[in-house]
Design a protein around this ligand. Structure first.
Ligand code: PLP
Length: 404
C-alpha cells in the first residue's frame, strides 16, 4: 500500500508543531480529513447550500438528492436492509441518546433492567442512567478481565425477565478490545432482549454488516471515519424503529400538525427533526468513498501491523505498562510510564510534536477498575507510519527519565 500517497491526501499532516513534524496519534478522538472531504464541504457551501426536502427550487432539489444518496451509501456500507433504517444525527452520542430516550420511553418501566459493560464510553452509560432515573429502572454491568476481555459467563447470569436492552461497544476506545458482539447479540436474542452496539471505534477499522450481526441498533460518528464533525448515524431495525416514539419534535418529523393532534412522518424522517447538517452528511459520502477506495480490510491489516510494531517496541521499555491486552484489538494503545501522571507524559510528548490523548477518555469506570487516574492513549489510522512509531518510542525513552 502506498502510504505516502495516502498521507499526501491529508494536508493537515504536513505541518510542523513546535518546530517538529506533527505526529498525529489521536485518531480515536477524531481522524483527520482527506482533501476529498474538505473539497466536498467547500463545494457544498460554494454551489449547493440549501435547506433540504422542503424547497421547490433547483438548489434544494440538488442538496436533497445528495443528502439522500449518502443515506443509500451508508445503507450499503453497513449492509442495512432498508435506507430508511439509517437516521442522520450529530454523532454517536446523539444516536445513543435518541435510542435511550425513545426506547426507554416505550419499553422501560419501573423495576426493569438495562445491561451495559464496564468498558463503555460515558456516551453509552449516562443516557441509560437518565432513562433509569426517569423510569425507576437500574443498570446491570458486564465485568471485564485484567486483559480487557468481557466476561460473557457473567453476562449470561445478568439476564432475567426484567432485562429490556443490552448496550455494548463494538470496540473499546480505551482498551482497544474488539468485543465478541456477534456472541453477545445471539445470547441476548435468546433471551428476547434487543442489543444496541456503540460502533464509534469500530466503523473505520472493521467491516460492519448489521444484518449478519443481527444487531437492533448500531451507532457511529462521521468524524471518526475521516468524515466531517457534526454528522453521525443511528441504524435501527425497521420493526423496532416503527414502534419507537420520536426523539425530538419540530419540522420535518411530522405528517400533520393541529393544536389537537400531531401525526408523525414515516421513517427515517420521524427521527430527523429540524434542519440537519446537510453539508456534513454530503461530506460523509466522500469519507466513505475514501475508505472504500483503499478497502476496509486493507485498512485493518495495515493498522494491525502498526499496532503490533508499536506494542513490540513498547515492550522494550521497562517502565511502560500497557492497559488492554486482549487477543483481538484495534489500533489503540493505552499506557503509563511508571507512576507518572498521564497528563505530564502527554504534555512532554506534545512538545516533541506528538499528539496523544491523556486522561480517562470518557471511561472513568475503566480507570476505577485498574485503580489509575487515566492513561496516555496512542491510536493509529491509515496514514500513520512505522517511522512515526519510532519517533514516539524514541520520545518515550527520552522523557521517561524525567518523569520517573
Ligand atoms: N463511544 C465511543 C466508544 C467513543 O469512543 C466515542 C468518542 O470518543 C463516543 C461514543 C462518542 O462519540 P461522539 O463524541 O462522536 O458522539
Amino acid at each position: 500500500m502506498d502510504i505516502d500517497s495516502i498521507r499526501s491526501q491529508f494536508p493537515i499532516l504536513s505541518q510542523n508543531v513546535y518546530g517538529k513534524p506533527l505526529v498525529y496519534f489521536d485518531n480515536a478522538a477524531t481522524t483527520q480529513k482527506p482533501q476529498c472531504v474538505i473539497d466536498s464541504l467547500c463545494r457544498y457551501y460554494t454551489t449547493l447550500n440549501s435547506n433540504i426536502h422542503r424547497g421547490a427550487h433547483y438548489l434544494a432539489a440538488q442538496a436533497t438528492d445528495e443528502y439522500e444518496q449518502t443515506r443509500q451509501l451508508v445503507q450499503k456500507f453497513i449492509n442495512a436492509r432498508h435506507s430508511h433504517e439509517i437516521v442522520f444525527t450529530r454523532g454517536t452520542t446523539e444516536s445513543i441518546n435518541l435510542v435511550a430516550s425513545s426506547f426507554g420511553e416505550r419499553f422501560v418501566g419501573k423495576g426493569d433492567e438495562i445491561i451495559v459493560s464496564a468498558m463503555e464510553h460515558h456516551s453509552n452509560i449516562v443516557p441509560w442512567q437518565l432513562v433509569c432515573e426517569r423510569k425507576g429502572a437500574r443498570l446491570r454491568i458486564i465485568p471485564f478481565s485484567d486483559e480487557g476481555v468481557l466476561d460473557l459467563e457473567a453476562l449470561e447470569t445478568l439476564f432475567n425477565e426484567r432485562t429490556r436492552i443490552v448496550a455494548v461497544n463494538h470496540v473499546s476506545n480505551t482498551l482497544g478490545t474488539v468485543n465478541p458482539i456477534g456472541e453477545i447479540i445471539q445470547m441476548s436474542h435468546k433471551h428476547n432482549v434487543p442489543v444496541l452496539i456503540d460502533g464509534a471505534q469500530a466503523i473505520s477499522h472493521r467491516q460492519v454488516d448489521v444484518q449478519a450481526l443481527g444487531c437492533d441498533f448500531y451507532c457511529f460518528s462521521g468524524h471518526k471515519m475521516y468524515g466531517p464533525m457534526g454528522v453521525g448515524i443511528m441504524y435501527g431495525r425497521e420493526e423496532l424503529l416503527e414502534q419507537l416514539p420520536p426523539y425530538q419534535g419540530g419540522g420535518e418529523m411530522i405528517k400533520d400538525v393541529t393544536f389537537e393532534r400531531t401525526t408523525y412522518n414515516e421513517l427515517p424522517f420521524k427521527f430527523e427533526a429540524g434542519t440537519p447538517s446537510v453539508g456534513d452528511v454530503i461530506g460523509l459520502h466522500s469519507a466513505i468513498g475514501f475508505m472504500q477506495q483503499i478497502g476496509i480490510d486493507r485498512i485493518a491489516t495495515y493498522e494491525k501491523e502498526l499496532t503490533d510494531y508499536a506494542t513490540e517496541q513498547m515492550h522494550t521499555i521497562d517502565s511502560l505498562r500497557i492497559f488492554g491486552t486482549a487477543p483481538e484489538k484495534t489500533s489503540v494503545i493505552s499506557f503509563l510510564i511508571g507512576n507518572a501522571h498521564p497528563y505530564d507524559t502527554g504534555t512532554l510528548l506534545d512538545k516533541l510534536g506528538i499528539a496523544v490523548r491523556t486522561g480517562h477518555h470518557c471511561t472513568q469506570p475503566i480507570m476505577d477498575r485498574f485503580g489509575i487516574p487515566g492513561t496516555v492513549r496512542a491510536s493509529f489510522a491509515i496514514y500513520n507510519t512505522p517511522a512515526e512509531i519510532d519517533i514516539l518510542i524514541a520520545a518515550i525513552k527520552k522523557i521517561a527519565p524525567i518523569l520517573l
